[in-house]
Design a protein around this ligand. Structure first.
Ligand SMILES: [Mg+2]
Ligand SMILES: [Zn+2]
Length: 242
C-alpha cells in the first residue's frame, strides 16, 4: 500500500495562509490530497439582499458551516489524507470585507472543526481579482480558479500526487481547475444542464456528483480504497521470480 490507512499522529490546528507537512512525507511518495472549495462546500452561501447577489459571507455572523462537514473532514483526517482548502476570496479586493474579517472566518472555521475532532491541513486563498477596487489586489494571477496555482502549491508543500487527488467544489471553476490540474473532481449540488453549457472544455464532467461534503467523502474514500487494493494486487502479481 502506498498510502497509510492509519489515524493521524496528532491534531494539527492550522492558521490561514500557512501549511505544514503531514506525517513526514517524502518526495515521490504516493500522496492523494483532498482540495476543498470553501463557500458552498464548507460554509453556506449568503443572499445579500442589499446588493441582490448570492455570494460568500461578508460578516462572521453570516459564516455558517454546513452539517456533516466536520464528519467528512474527520474521515479524511483518519486516513491521513491532507485536506487543503483552495478558495477564491476576492471579497477584500472588491471592498466587501477586510483582512481581519477573513481571519475571523478562518478562526471560526478552525474552531468549529476542531471542536468536532477534525482539522484542515492548509488553507490557501487567492485574494486577487482582475477588477479589484484595491490596486494591490488587481491582477490576473495564476492562483484564481480555474487557474491551478493553489493546487500546484500543494504539490511542493505536501508531496501531493495530483492524479491521485480530488478537487471538491460547487462551482464550474472548481471542476475546471481540478481537471486542468489532472485531479479527479466532485461537484457538490445539482448538476444542471445550464451549468454544462459553460464548462470548458465542452463535454467535461465531474468524476462524481454529491449532495454535500459527507456524501462526497464517502465516494472519494471508496474510490481511493479500490485503487489501493488494485495497486496492491498489481504489485503482488508482478513480483519478479527469484
Ligand atoms: Mg464555491
Ligand atoms: Zn490569485
Amino acid at each position: 500500500m502506498r498510502f497509510q490507512l492509519q489515524p493521524p499522529a496528532s491534531k494539527r490546528p492550522v492558521s490561514s495562509h500557512t501549511s505544514r507537512r503531514v506525517g513526514g512525507s517524502t518526495a515521490g511518495t504516493y500522496r492523494p490530497a483532498i482540495f476543498l472549495d470553501r463557500d458552498g462546500v464548507i460554509n453556506r452561501l449568503i443572499y445579500h439582499k442589499d446588493v441582490g447577489i448570492i455570494d460568500s459571507p461578508f460578516t462572521v455572523r453570516q459564516f455558517e458551516i454546513f452539517p456533516r462537514v466536520a464528519r467528512a473532514i474527520r474521515l479524511f483526517n483518519s486516513l491521513r489524507i491532507p485536506v487543503i482548502v483552495v478558495s477564491n476570496q476576492p471579497g477584500i479586493a472588491k471592498g466587501h470585507f477586510n483582512a481581519a474579517t477573513l481571519h475571523s472566518f478562518d478562526r471560526k472555521m478552525h474552531s468549529v472543526l476542531s471542536s468536532a475532532g477534525a482539522h484542515l491541513d492548509a488553507v490557501y486563498y487567492c485574494l486577487h481579482h482582475p477588477q479589484a477596487v484595491l490596486p494591490e489586489l488587481r491582477k490576473r494571477c495564476g492562483c484564481r480558479k480555474p487557474g491551478i496555482g493553489m493546487l500546484q502549491r500543494a504539490v511542493g508543500e505536501f508531496a501531493v500526487s495530483l492524479p491521485d487527488s480530488f478537487m471538491i467544489g460547487d462551482g464550474i471553476t472548481d471542476i475546471e481547475a481540478g481537471s486542468r490540474a489532472g485531479c479527479k473532481t466532485v461537484f457538490i449540488g445539482n448538476w444542471k444542464c445550464e451549468c454544462c453549457k459553460f464548462i470548458r472544455p465542452p463535454g467535461l464532467r465531474p468524476t462524481f456528483m454529491a449532495s454535500d461534503l459527507w456524501e462526497a467523502a464517502q465516494l472519494v474514500v471508496g474510490k481511493l480504497r479500490r485503487e489501493v487494493r488494485k495497486s496492491w494486487l498489481e504489485t503482488t502479481t508482478h513480483v519478479p521470480p527469484g
